[in-house]
Write a protein that binds this ligand. Sequence first.
Ligand code: NAP
Length: 279
Amino acid sequence: MERRPFGLLPREVAVIGQGTWYIDAAHRPTAIAALRRGIDLGMTHIDTAEMYGDAEIVVGEAIAGRRDDVFVVSKVLPSNASYSGTVAACERSLARLGTDRLDCYLLHWPGSHPLEDTFAGFERLREQGKILSWGVSNFDVPDLDAAWKAGGKGQLVCNQVLYNLGERAIEHAVLPWCEEHGVAVVAYSPFGHGDFPGRRTPGGLVLEEIAASHGATARQVALRFLVRKPSLFAIPKASSVEHAEDNSGAGSLRLTEAEFARIDAAFPLGPKPRRLPML
Ligand code: NAP
C-alpha cells in the first residue's frame, strides 16, 4: 500500500483508506471482518463521523487492539460545531470509538457556527491530546480561504470532498487551492456512492480494458486515477472482505500517463458548477 504525506502532517497516510457511512447497516461481524482485512492490507486510514449512526461503534470494534496501526478520522456535525459543542461531540465520538484520540477531526460541512469557534474547539482538543490534527469537509474555495484565515496558516491538514469519475468538480478550483496550500484532498464516494460505471458503458469499457492489461479490476483503476496526484487520497467504503481486498489492490497499482489520459477522456471534467457538489 502506497503511503504519502497527509497535508503538512509529518506522518504518512495510506492513499487508499476505508469509509464507513452505512457500514452499520451491514451484517456486523462481516463489516468488522471487512474493516480488519482492509487494515491488514494497509488501508489504515479509517473515515467515520458522528453522523453515521453506529458506524463509530463498528469502527471501535474493528480497531480494538490495533489502535496504533490506524489513522482514525471522525467529523463533527455543523449544528454541534460551537466551541463547547465541538469538544463535547469529539468526546462522544472517542467514547463510541473506544479510543483516547483521533488522528484527524473534521468539520463535516460549513455551517452557521463561526469557524473561529469550531477551530478554537479543535485547538482545545489538540492541547488535550484528544485529536492530533484537524481539517474540513465539503469546503469550496471561499470556505477554504475563510478557514485558512480563521485557523492560522498550516493548521488545516485536509479537505474531504466528493470526488469520483462522474463528479470531478473539485479539479476546477478546490484541488488547485489545496495543492497550493499543502492541504490533503480526500476523495469521498469514490465509487459514486454505489453508482459505479457499468461494464457495458463506454467509460466502463475503458476501465475494464485498462484493468485487464494490468491483471487488475475496474474499481482499482478508478481508485488509482483518483489518487494520481500527491495531494490526493480516497476512502471507498466496503462492507465485505472481498470488496476490501479488491479496493486495497489500488494501493500498489501503477498506470501510465497514456492510461490516465484515456480515463480523463472517457470521464470528462465538465464545466465548473456554481456550487461545490456534495452528498
Ligand atoms: P462509495 O465508497 O463510493 O461506494 C460504496 C459502495 O460501493 C457500497 O455499495 C459498496 O458495497 C460498494 N463497493 C465498495 N467496494 C466495492 C468493490 N470492490 N466491488 C463492488 N462494490 C464495491 O460510497 P460512500 O460510502 O458514499 O463513500 C465512501 C466514504 O466516504 C463513506 O463511507 C464515508 O466514510 C465518506 N463520505 C463522506 C462524506 C462527507 O460529507 N464528508 C459524504 C459521503 C461519504 P458494500 O458496502 O456491499 O461493500
